[in-house]
Design a protein around this ligand. Structure first.
Ligand SMILES: C[S@@+](CC[C@H](N)C(=O)[O-])C[C@H]1O[C@@H](n2cnc3c(N)ncnc32)[C@H](O)[C@@H]1O
Ligand code: SF4
Length: 377
């Protein structure tokens, strides 16, 4: 177990991107106070219900939480500190859109010590295709502005975009690696059901790369990042050394506890010896109503069965380059992994089983979901 975290979901964006299926709502000139107050109350109600324990990490995600002011953020961090306590070296991450760079110094003054910036691409044509509100130069300037605050910096890129060639992506990635960021999240474009991109694919107006091209793009990603000293520590996440890893995300992948506050936020809390799954109401008005009725932002927490908990542990743990500790995972599942499946993946060069740790090989990482789902049975 790796400590305790708080995830805060701020669901508003000034513009909705055509690929995105997060719990998001378009809003301009929004009065932020009602939702901010509800989230503060939800944090306190979680502590009253599940007990006080110091938070090691806070992650302000969205949506676009960089639309919040430094004072809003200070109020949210202050609520966590009052309700739970904050570890002295707590990691406090803000997911930030490049357009909000003029507010970064204010965010840092409000208590943010790590910025995760949605660069998405460093080519203007690609940024327009992704429906982004910024160009490449302003994304670069945003990373530099975040670094100028003296806080930790991560950036997100989306690759396996329509028409993207391996050499062009390698050059774009090298440009990103030259920016002052200690961490990169590199996501292959996923066509999510119900998005504008999904409709475009079905109408034949958008053609993402096929599996072979996507695999080639994944492989060059690993090679370029390894050469630049930013190897993957998780399928999509790269860091310049262990200290640069996202402690909040590592907490998810290693089975830690966190509360999820804000509309649509998920949480996992171990309480009374049972692992509970929570999911807040998606719509801000339903979320706010639930909290103001004196409770948390959801109806009931769902107890996870031993099988469900074991399955999550395998799905998450195998994503890490450090691998999954076999003994604790088997104890949690209440049964060993299928020896034939482990051996078959091993013989195929997809999985290593050494010193009590199951670890995907580089080719195995391309099939992570399939391997994890098979082992989780
Ligand atoms: C919750 S989003 C919020 C980021 C922030 N609002 C922004 O737009 O920069 C977190 C990250 O998920 C990634 N993402 C969102 N939708 C995606 C998709 N369909 N395929 C791949 N990556 C996606 C993007 O890289 C994005 O930065
Ligand atoms: S990618 Fe970011 S800005 Fe775009 S819709 Fe999703 S959360 Fe909002």
């Amino acid at each position: 177990m790796t400590g305790f975290g708080v995830y805060v979901h701020w669901p508003y964006c000034t513009k909705l991107c055509p690929y995105c299926d997060f719990n998001i709502y378009r809003a301009r000139d929004l009065d932020r106070a009602p939702l901010r107050r509800a989230i503060v109350a939800d944090i306190h109600n979680h502590a009253a219900r599940y007990g006080r324990r110091p938070a090691d990490t806070i992650f302000l995600g969205g949506g676009t939480p960089s639309l919040l002011s430094g004072a809003d953020i200070a109020a949210l961090i202050g609520a966590v500190d009052d309700a739970f306590g904050l570890a002295p070296d707590a990691e406090i991450t803000l997911e930030a859109n490049p357009e909000d760079a003029p507010r970064f110094a204010d965010h840092a003054a409000g208590g943010v010590n790590r910025f995760s910036i949605g660069v998405q691409a460093l080519e203007d044509v690609a940024l327009r295709a992704l429906g982004r509100a910024h160009d490449a130069a302003s994304a670069v300037a945003a990373v530099e502005a975040a670094a100028a605050t003296g806080k930790r910096v991560s950036l997100d890129l989306i690759y396996a975009r329509e028409g993207q060639g391996v050499e062009a992506w390698a050059a774009e990635l090298e440009a990103a690696l030259a920016l002052p960021a200690e961490h990169l999240s590199l996501y292959q474009l996923t066509i999510e059901a119900g998005t504008a991109f999904d409709r475009a694919v079905r109408r034949g107006r958008l053609a993402p790369p096929d599996d072979d091209r996507a695999a080639a793009l994944y492989e060059i990603t690993q090679a370029v990042c390894d050469a630049a000293g930013a190897p993957a520590y998780e399928i999509s996440n790269h860091a310049r050394g262990p200290a640069a890893r996202s402690r909040h995300n590592v907490l998810y992948w290693t089975g830690g506890d966190w509360i999820g506050v804000g509309p649509g936020a998920h949480g996992r809390i171990t309480h009374g010896g049972v692992r509970l799954a929570t999911k807040a109401h998606d719509r801000p008005e339903n979320y706010t109503a639930a909290v103001s009725a004196g409770g948390v932002g959801y109806g009931d927490a769902t107890p996870l069965s031993r099988d469900e908990h074991g399955e999550e542990t395998v799905l998450m743990g195998l994503r890490l380059s450090d691998g999954l500790a076999r003994g604790p995972a088997e104890a949690l599942r209440g049964r060993p992994f299928d020896a034939d499946a482990v051996a078959a993946f091993g013989e195929a060069g997809l999985l290593e089983d050494a010193a009590g740790v199951l670890r995907l090989t580089p080719p195995g990482r391309l099939l992570a979901d399939h391997i994890a789902a098979t082992l989780a049975q």
